[in-house]
Design a protein around this ligand. Structure first.
Ligand code: ATP
Ligand code: MG
Length: 267
């Protein structure tokens, strides 16, 4: 039975201090994320999305409030929350297989046998269609392929929550679409909880159950949360003329470009 108050963000606030100066980046962020839900966070550059994701990951401490996962406060990194960073962060001297193995051996040492770990690594590479490149090093594969290995590494840790910080941001449109399709397929297959940051309105709606729209900083907070009422599996081409899709898209665009315009970039 899916847990309906799985991950709670409770009145999260974050300020950064440098000498006497303090900047309040996030203020009073509260929401509940259900188990198995796909939630996207969208907002203008610099509003504090990565800061929020890093707080959920336990990489950045909160100033006020907290993150509660299954009734327990989390304030340090843990294998149940894997992060896929925008720039894949693979180790260049290890092969594709070894990069995933590093994470798997860390999480499953003592829990899975050597043979089981091997099968598990290959299984996850297969999920992202990268098994054929298992012996290549990061420099020998494309950007999209590196990103897929990063996703396989995240999934292989069998995290309760996969945190994705603009995972497709650096990719061309076609590769991006392929990877979005694979992530949707994986999410449907595994039913894990996903929290993804993106700048892309279509990507957010295509993949998510809910889209969290953030206001501009300083002291950014949740402006609105949109329910995406589209059945799964979703097919990109069928959505073009889908009324629920176009309405959701208009609502997010209106929020970002009419009511909460990007702050003017100082010259
Ligand atoms: N370690 C830090 N020390 C001081 N200020 C920081 C630190 N990390 C982030 N900030 C500030 O917090 C604000 C939010 O940064 P953050 O990286 O979370 O934004 P973002 O929404 O992810 O932006 P983008 O969409 O460009 O990735 C920025 O003004 C940034 O300068
Ligand atoms: Mg960011």
């Amino acid at each position: 039975m899916a847990n309906n108050s799985y991950l709670k963000l409770e009145q999260i606030g974050k300020s950064f201090s440098r000498g006497p100066a303090t900047t309040e980046v996030l203020r009073d962020i509260s929401m509940i994320i259900n188990e198995g839900e796909y939630v996207s966070i969208i907002g203008h550059s610099g509003c504090g999305k990565s800061t929020l994701l890093n707080i959920i990951a336990g990489l950045t401490p909160v100033t006020t409030g907290g993150v509660i996962l299954e009734e327990r406060e989390v304030n340090s990194p843990g294998p149940e929350r894997a992060v896929v960073f925008q720039n894949h962060s693979l180790l260049p001297w290890l092969t594709v297989y070894e990069n995933v193995a590093l994470a798997v051996n860390k999480v499953f040492a003592g829990k899975k046998s050597r043979a089981e770990r091997h099968d598990w690594i290959e299984h996850n590479l297969q999920l992202v269609h990268m098994l054929h490149a298992r012996d290549k090093r990061p420099a020998e594969i494309s950007g999209g392929m590196k990103q897929r290995v990063g996703i396989a590494r995240g999934l292989a840790m069998e995290p309760k929550i996969l945190l994705l910080d603009e995972p497709f941001g650096a990719l061309d449109a076609l590769t991006r679409a392929h990877l979005q399709d694979s992530i949707m397929e994986i999410h449907m297959k595994l039913g894990n909880t996903m929290v993804m940051i993106t700048h892309d309105v279509d990507e957010a709606i295509f993949l998510s159950d809910r889209v969290v729209m953030m206001t501009n900083g300083p002291a950014a907070t949740i402006g609105e949360i949109l329910d995406v009422k589209l059945q799964r599996p979703r097919r990109r081409l069928e959505l073009v003329n889908n009324k629920a899709y176009t309405e959701a898209r208009a609502a997010v665009l209106e929020f970002l470009y009419a009511r909460h315009k990007a702050p003017t970039i100082a010259a």
